[in-house]
Design a protein around this ligand. Structure first.
Ligand SMILES: *Cc1c(COP(=O)(O)O)cnc(C)c1O
Length: 349
Protein backbone atom coordinates (compact mmCIF):
# COMPACT_ATOMS: atom_id res chain seq x y z
CA UNK A 1 0.00 0.00 0.00
CA UNK A 2 1.44 3.32 -1.05
CA UNK A 3 -0.56 5.73 1.09
CA UNK A 4 0.54 6.85 4.52
CA UNK A 5 -1.37 5.89 7.63
CA UNK A 6 -2.68 8.55 9.99
CA UNK A 7 -3.57 6.97 13.31
CA UNK A 8 -5.99 8.88 15.52
CA UNK A 9 -6.35 7.88 19.16
CA UNK A 10 -9.98 8.56 20.07
CA UNK A 11 -9.37 7.62 23.70
CA UNK A 12 -6.66 10.26 23.92
CA UNK A 13 -9.15 12.84 22.55
CA UNK A 14 -11.71 11.72 25.16
CA UNK A 15 -9.07 11.87 27.90
CA UNK A 16 -8.04 15.37 26.82
CA UNK A 17 -11.69 16.49 26.88
CA UNK A 18 -12.11 15.09 30.40
CA UNK A 19 -8.90 16.79 31.55
CA UNK A 20 -10.06 20.14 30.15
CA UNK A 21 -13.49 19.53 31.68
CA UNK A 22 -11.84 19.08 35.10
CA UNK A 23 -9.77 22.22 34.53
CA UNK A 24 -12.95 24.09 33.62
CA UNK A 25 -14.04 23.77 37.21
CA UNK A 26 -17.21 23.11 39.13
CA UNK A 27 -20.43 24.21 37.51
CA UNK A 28 -18.74 25.15 34.23
CA UNK A 29 -19.84 23.22 31.16
CA UNK A 30 -17.21 22.10 28.68
CA UNK A 31 -18.04 22.22 24.99
CA UNK A 32 -16.00 20.91 22.08
CA UNK A 33 -14.85 22.70 18.94
CA UNK A 34 -14.98 20.39 15.93
CA UNK A 35 -14.66 22.90 13.08
CA UNK A 36 -12.52 22.09 10.01
CA UNK A 37 -13.44 18.39 10.15
CA UNK A 38 -12.40 18.20 13.81
CA UNK A 39 -9.06 19.92 13.11
CA UNK A 40 -8.42 17.55 10.23
CA UNK A 41 -8.99 14.33 12.15
CA UNK A 42 -12.44 13.39 10.82
CA UNK A 43 -15.55 14.84 12.39
CA UNK A 44 -17.87 11.78 12.45
CA UNK A 45 -15.66 9.61 14.65
CA UNK A 46 -14.22 12.46 16.69
CA UNK A 47 -17.60 14.05 17.47
CA UNK A 48 -19.01 10.69 18.56
CA UNK A 49 -16.01 10.02 20.81
CA UNK A 50 -16.43 13.46 22.39
CA UNK A 51 -20.16 12.93 22.92
CA UNK A 52 -19.39 9.60 24.56
CA UNK A 53 -16.93 11.34 26.86
CA UNK A 54 -19.71 13.72 27.90
CA UNK A 55 -19.62 16.73 25.55
CA UNK A 56 -23.09 18.12 24.80
CA UNK A 57 -22.32 21.42 23.10
CA UNK A 58 -20.33 21.52 19.89
CA UNK A 59 -18.96 24.37 17.79
CA UNK A 60 -18.39 24.50 14.04
CA UNK A 61 -17.28 27.36 11.79
CA UNK A 62 -20.05 27.18 9.19
CA UNK A 63 -23.56 25.77 8.91
CA UNK A 64 -22.40 23.27 6.26
CA UNK A 65 -20.03 21.76 8.82
CA UNK A 66 -22.94 21.38 11.20
CA UNK A 67 -24.56 18.86 8.86
CA UNK A 68 -21.85 16.24 9.38
CA UNK A 69 -21.89 16.80 13.12
CA UNK A 70 -25.67 16.44 13.34
CA UNK A 71 -25.51 13.30 11.23
CA UNK A 72 -22.86 11.83 13.54
CA UNK A 73 -24.60 12.75 16.78
CA UNK A 74 -28.29 12.62 16.03
CA UNK A 75 -30.78 14.93 17.69
CA UNK A 76 -30.02 16.41 21.10
CA UNK A 77 -26.53 17.89 21.33
CA UNK A 78 -26.35 21.62 20.65
CA UNK A 79 -24.40 22.51 17.51
CA UNK A 80 -23.29 26.13 17.47
CA UNK A 81 -22.26 27.91 14.28
CA UNK A 82 -19.51 30.49 14.86
CA UNK A 83 -20.02 32.33 11.57
CA UNK A 84 -23.63 32.98 12.57
CA UNK A 85 -26.58 33.08 10.21
CA UNK A 86 -25.48 33.83 6.65
CA UNK A 87 -27.71 34.30 3.62
CA UNK A 88 -28.60 30.81 2.39
CA UNK A 89 -28.14 29.18 5.82
CA UNK A 90 -31.74 29.40 6.99
CA UNK A 91 -32.91 26.00 5.82
CA UNK A 92 -29.87 24.20 7.19
CA UNK A 93 -30.15 25.99 10.52
CA UNK A 94 -33.78 25.02 10.75
CA UNK A 95 -33.65 21.45 9.39
CA UNK A 96 -30.49 20.43 11.27
CA UNK A 97 -31.40 22.33 14.42
CA UNK A 98 -28.22 24.42 14.45
CA UNK A 99 -27.67 27.35 16.78
CA UNK A 100 -26.08 30.33 15.02
CA UNK A 101 -23.90 32.73 16.99
CA UNK A 102 -25.11 36.04 15.52
CA UNK A 103 -22.26 38.41 14.71
CA UNK A 104 -23.84 41.58 13.30
CA UNK A 105 -27.02 43.61 13.06
CA UNK A 106 -27.52 42.18 9.59
CA UNK A 107 -27.41 38.63 10.95
CA UNK A 108 -29.69 39.50 13.85
CA UNK A 109 -32.30 40.91 11.48
CA UNK A 110 -31.99 37.94 9.15
CA UNK A 111 -32.36 35.42 11.95
CA UNK A 112 -35.24 37.02 13.80
CA UNK A 113 -37.16 37.53 10.55
CA UNK A 114 -36.47 34.13 8.98
CA UNK A 115 -36.66 31.91 12.05
CA UNK A 116 -38.47 33.65 14.89
CA UNK A 117 -38.33 31.49 18.00
CA UNK A 118 -35.35 29.43 16.75
CA UNK A 119 -32.44 29.24 19.21
CA UNK A 120 -29.48 31.58 18.71
CA UNK A 121 -26.50 32.96 20.57
CA UNK A 122 -24.67 36.24 20.22
CA UNK A 123 -20.97 36.72 19.61
CA UNK A 124 -19.56 39.94 21.00
CA UNK A 125 -16.35 41.60 19.90
CA UNK A 126 -14.27 42.43 22.97
CA UNK A 127 -11.23 43.67 21.06
CA UNK A 128 -10.08 40.99 18.66
CA UNK A 129 -11.79 42.80 15.77
CA UNK A 130 -12.57 39.63 13.86
CA UNK A 131 -16.12 38.46 14.55
CA UNK A 132 -18.89 39.78 16.74
CA UNK A 133 -20.97 42.79 17.66
CA UNK A 134 -19.13 45.81 19.03
CA UNK A 135 -19.97 47.74 22.18
CA UNK A 136 -21.94 50.62 20.64
CA UNK A 137 -24.09 48.40 18.45
CA UNK A 138 -24.60 46.04 21.35
CA UNK A 139 -25.85 48.81 23.59
CA UNK A 140 -28.37 49.69 20.89
CA UNK A 141 -29.70 46.19 20.20
CA UNK A 142 -29.26 44.45 23.56
CA UNK A 143 -32.71 45.36 24.93
CA UNK A 144 -34.50 43.83 21.93
CA UNK A 145 -32.18 40.86 21.64
CA UNK A 146 -32.22 39.93 25.30
CA UNK A 147 -35.99 39.75 25.09
CA UNK A 148 -35.67 37.21 22.26
CA UNK A 149 -33.70 35.00 24.69
CA UNK A 150 -30.26 34.11 23.31
CA UNK A 151 -28.94 30.75 24.57
CA UNK A 152 -25.55 32.32 25.26
CA UNK A 153 -23.37 35.38 24.93
CA UNK A 154 -19.85 34.59 23.81
CA UNK A 155 -16.58 36.25 22.88
CA UNK A 156 -13.10 35.10 21.88
CA UNK A 157 -9.63 35.95 23.19
CA UNK A 158 -6.94 37.14 20.80
CA UNK A 159 -3.87 36.36 22.93
CA UNK A 160 -4.89 33.57 25.31
CA UNK A 161 -1.77 31.56 24.47
CA UNK A 162 0.30 34.36 26.06
CA UNK A 163 -0.83 34.41 29.72
CA UNK A 164 0.94 37.70 30.48
CA UNK A 165 -0.41 39.59 27.50
CA UNK A 166 -2.33 42.70 28.70
CA UNK A 167 -4.99 42.05 26.03
CA UNK A 168 -6.37 39.14 28.09
CA UNK A 169 -7.42 41.33 31.01
CA UNK A 170 -8.62 44.10 28.70
CA UNK A 171 -10.91 41.69 26.88
CA UNK A 172 -12.09 40.17 30.16
CA UNK A 173 -13.09 43.61 31.45
CA UNK A 174 -14.86 44.43 28.21
CA UNK A 175 -16.74 41.11 28.30
CA UNK A 176 -17.93 41.85 31.83
CA UNK A 177 -18.96 45.32 30.83
CA UNK A 178 -21.00 43.99 27.90
CA UNK A 179 -22.63 41.03 29.66
CA UNK A 180 -22.82 41.59 33.45
CA UNK A 181 -26.39 41.72 34.69
CA UNK A 182 -27.89 40.00 31.65
CA UNK A 183 -28.36 36.78 33.60
CA UNK A 184 -27.54 34.80 30.43
CA UNK A 185 -25.07 31.91 30.10
CA UNK A 186 -21.69 33.16 28.94
CA UNK A 187 -18.79 31.57 27.06
CA UNK A 188 -15.36 33.18 26.76
CA UNK A 189 -12.54 30.62 26.91
CA UNK A 190 -11.07 28.33 24.26
CA UNK A 191 -8.13 26.06 25.20
CA UNK A 192 -5.83 28.97 26.06
CA UNK A 193 -8.53 30.72 28.07
CA UNK A 194 -9.20 27.60 30.15
CA UNK A 195 -5.52 27.62 31.14
CA UNK A 196 -5.71 31.31 32.13
CA UNK A 197 -7.81 30.31 35.15
CA UNK A 198 -11.33 30.32 36.55
CA UNK A 199 -12.15 33.99 36.05
CA UNK A 200 -11.98 33.36 32.31
CA UNK A 201 -14.31 30.32 32.37
CA UNK A 202 -17.81 31.78 32.88
CA UNK A 203 -20.52 29.13 32.15
CA UNK A 204 -19.25 27.25 29.11
CA UNK A 205 -15.73 26.70 27.76
CA UNK A 206 -14.91 25.92 24.12
CA UNK A 207 -11.68 23.94 23.79
CA UNK A 208 -10.45 22.91 20.36
CA UNK A 209 -6.71 22.40 19.94
CA UNK A 210 -6.25 20.99 23.44
CA UNK A 211 -8.59 18.11 22.62
CA UNK A 212 -6.33 17.19 19.73
CA UNK A 213 -3.13 17.24 21.77
CA UNK A 214 -1.78 20.65 20.82
CA UNK A 215 -0.25 23.67 22.56
CA UNK A 216 -0.93 25.52 24.74
CA UNK A 217 -2.33 22.44 26.59
CA UNK A 218 1.11 21.07 27.40
CA UNK A 219 -0.10 18.09 29.44
CA UNK A 220 -2.39 16.81 26.67
CA UNK A 221 -2.14 13.21 25.58
CA UNK A 222 -0.77 12.68 22.08
CA UNK A 223 -3.54 12.02 19.61
CA UNK A 224 -2.02 11.51 16.15
CA UNK A 225 0.76 9.49 14.63
CA UNK A 226 1.65 9.44 10.97
CA UNK A 227 3.67 6.67 9.33
CA UNK A 228 4.98 7.19 5.80
CA UNK A 229 5.68 4.07 3.73
CA UNK A 230 9.12 3.62 2.21
CA UNK A 231 8.60 3.29 -1.54
CA UNK A 232 12.22 2.81 -2.57
CA UNK A 233 15.74 3.02 -1.21
CA UNK A 234 18.98 3.74 -3.04
CA UNK A 235 22.66 4.21 -2.41
CA UNK A 236 24.16 7.51 -3.43
CA UNK A 237 27.85 8.30 -3.71
CA UNK A 238 29.62 11.27 -2.14
CA UNK A 239 28.81 14.39 -4.13
CA UNK A 240 25.54 13.07 -5.59
CA UNK A 241 22.46 15.24 -5.07
CA UNK A 242 18.91 14.29 -4.07
CA UNK A 243 15.63 15.73 -5.28
CA UNK A 244 14.48 18.98 -6.91
CA UNK A 245 17.05 21.72 -7.33
CA UNK A 246 19.69 19.30 -6.03
CA UNK A 247 19.04 20.90 -2.66
CA UNK A 248 20.90 18.23 -0.68
CA UNK A 249 24.24 16.68 -1.52
CA UNK A 250 25.76 13.56 0.06
CA UNK A 251 29.00 14.26 1.90
CA UNK A 252 29.89 10.58 1.83
CA UNK A 253 28.28 7.36 0.61
CA UNK A 254 24.68 7.39 1.85
CA UNK A 255 21.45 5.44 1.72
CA UNK A 256 18.34 7.43 0.88
CA UNK A 257 14.77 6.29 1.46
CA UNK A 258 11.96 7.76 -0.63
CA UNK A 259 8.68 8.04 1.29
CA UNK A 260 5.13 8.56 0.10
CA UNK A 261 3.76 11.92 1.28
CA UNK A 262 4.56 15.46 0.28
CA UNK A 263 3.27 18.98 0.35
CA UNK A 264 -0.01 17.86 -1.25
CA UNK A 265 -0.53 15.88 1.97
CA UNK A 266 0.23 18.79 4.28
CA UNK A 267 3.95 18.22 4.74
CA UNK A 268 4.86 21.83 4.22
CA UNK A 269 7.64 22.67 1.82
CA UNK A 270 9.36 24.64 4.56
CA UNK A 271 10.30 21.25 6.05
CA UNK A 272 12.78 20.78 3.18
CA UNK A 273 16.22 19.85 4.61
CA UNK A 274 14.79 20.76 7.98
CA UNK A 275 12.88 17.96 9.70
CA UNK A 276 13.41 14.55 11.22
CA UNK A 277 11.61 11.26 10.67
CA UNK A 278 11.79 8.37 13.08
CA UNK A 279 12.44 4.65 12.85
CA UNK A 280 11.21 3.80 16.32
CA UNK A 281 13.53 5.88 18.50
CA UNK A 282 16.16 6.45 15.79
CA UNK A 283 16.05 9.82 14.04
CA UNK A 284 16.47 10.00 10.25
CA UNK A 285 16.91 13.46 8.79
CA UNK A 286 14.65 14.58 5.97
CA UNK A 287 17.01 15.52 3.14
CA UNK A 288 16.36 17.62 0.07
CA UNK A 289 13.17 19.33 -0.99
CA UNK A 290 9.70 18.19 -0.03
CA UNK A 291 7.96 17.46 -3.33
CA UNK A 292 4.24 17.08 -4.02
CA UNK A 293 3.91 13.38 -3.22
CA UNK A 294 7.31 12.36 -1.90
CA UNK A 295 10.01 13.16 0.59
CA UNK A 296 13.48 11.69 1.01
CA UNK A 297 15.27 10.75 4.23
CA UNK A 298 18.84 9.82 5.07
CA UNK A 299 18.73 6.25 6.45
CA UNK A 300 22.44 5.45 6.05
CA UNK A 301 22.77 4.60 9.74
CA UNK A 302 19.86 2.09 9.89
CA UNK A 303 20.82 -1.58 10.04
CA UNK A 304 17.54 -2.79 8.61
CA UNK A 305 15.26 -0.96 6.23
CA UNK A 306 11.87 -0.30 7.90
CA UNK A 307 8.61 -0.49 5.91
CA UNK A 308 7.73 3.00 7.10
CA UNK A 309 9.10 5.99 9.02
CA UNK A 310 7.10 8.12 11.44
CA UNK A 311 6.85 11.87 10.98
CA UNK A 312 4.34 12.24 13.85
CA UNK A 313 4.41 9.92 16.82
CA UNK A 314 5.89 9.38 20.27
CA UNK A 315 9.14 11.11 19.27
CA UNK A 316 7.67 14.04 17.36
CA UNK A 317 4.51 15.90 18.29
CA UNK A 318 2.36 18.03 16.03
CA UNK A 319 3.88 21.12 17.67
CA UNK A 320 7.45 19.92 17.22
CA UNK A 321 6.80 19.32 13.52
CA UNK A 322 5.14 22.74 13.36
CA UNK A 323 8.24 24.33 14.91
CA UNK A 324 10.39 22.73 12.20
CA UNK A 325 8.03 24.03 9.53
CA UNK A 326 7.84 27.53 11.02
CA UNK A 327 4.13 27.32 11.78
CA UNK A 328 1.71 26.24 14.54
CA UNK A 329 0.19 22.87 15.42
CA UNK A 330 -3.23 24.05 14.25
CA UNK A 331 -1.94 24.41 10.69
CA UNK A 332 -0.19 21.03 10.70
CA UNK A 333 -3.36 19.29 11.94
CA UNK A 334 -5.82 20.99 9.63
CA UNK A 335 -3.46 20.43 6.70
CA UNK A 336 -3.28 16.65 7.19
CA UNK A 337 -3.95 15.27 3.76
CA UNK A 338 -7.08 13.70 2.36
CA UNK A 339 -4.92 10.93 0.87
CA UNK A 340 -3.87 9.52 4.22
CA UNK A 341 -5.59 6.39 5.35
CA UNK A 342 -7.23 7.40 8.62
CA UNK A 343 -7.14 4.68 11.26
CA UNK A 344 -9.02 5.17 14.51
CA UNK A 345 -7.97 3.40 17.67
CA UNK A 346 -9.93 3.08 20.88
CA UNK A 347 -7.33 1.32 22.98
CA UNK A 348 -9.02 1.82 26.31
CA UNK A 349 -12.59 1.92 24.99
C1 LIG B 1 -11.36 27.95 16.90
C2 LIG B 1 -12.13 28.58 18.00
C3 LIG B 1 -12.14 28.01 19.29
C4 LIG B 1 -11.23 26.88 19.68
O1 LIG B 1 -9.93 27.41 19.91
P1 LIG B 1 -8.70 26.53 20.37
O2 LIG B 1 -7.59 27.51 20.49
O3 LIG B 1 -8.47 25.54 19.27
O4 LIG B 1 -9.06 25.87 21.65
C5 LIG B 1 -13.00 28.55 20.23
N1 LIG B 1 -13.77 29.64 19.94
C6 LIG B 1 -13.74 30.23 18.72
C7 LIG B 1 -14.59 31.42 18.48
C8 LIG B 1 -12.91 29.74 17.73
O5 LIG B 1 -12.87 30.35 16.53
Amino acid sequence: MATATLTIDLDAIAANWRALDRLSGQGVQTGAVVKADAYGLGVPRVARALAQAGARRFFVAAAEEGAAVRQALGPGPQINVLSGHMAGDTEMISDLDLTPMLNSLEQITRHLEALPGHAFGVQLDTGMNRLGIEMLEWQAVAPILLEAGPVMLMSHLACADEPDHPMNLQQLEMFHEMTDGTGLPRSFAATGGILLGPKYHFDLTRPGIGLYGGRPFETAQRVVSLALPVIQTREVAAGEAVGYSCAWEAEGPAVIATLQAGYADGLLRSLSNNAVLWDGATPCPLVGRVSMDLITADVTHLREMPKALDILGPNQSVDELADAAGTIGYEILTGLGARYQRRYVESRG
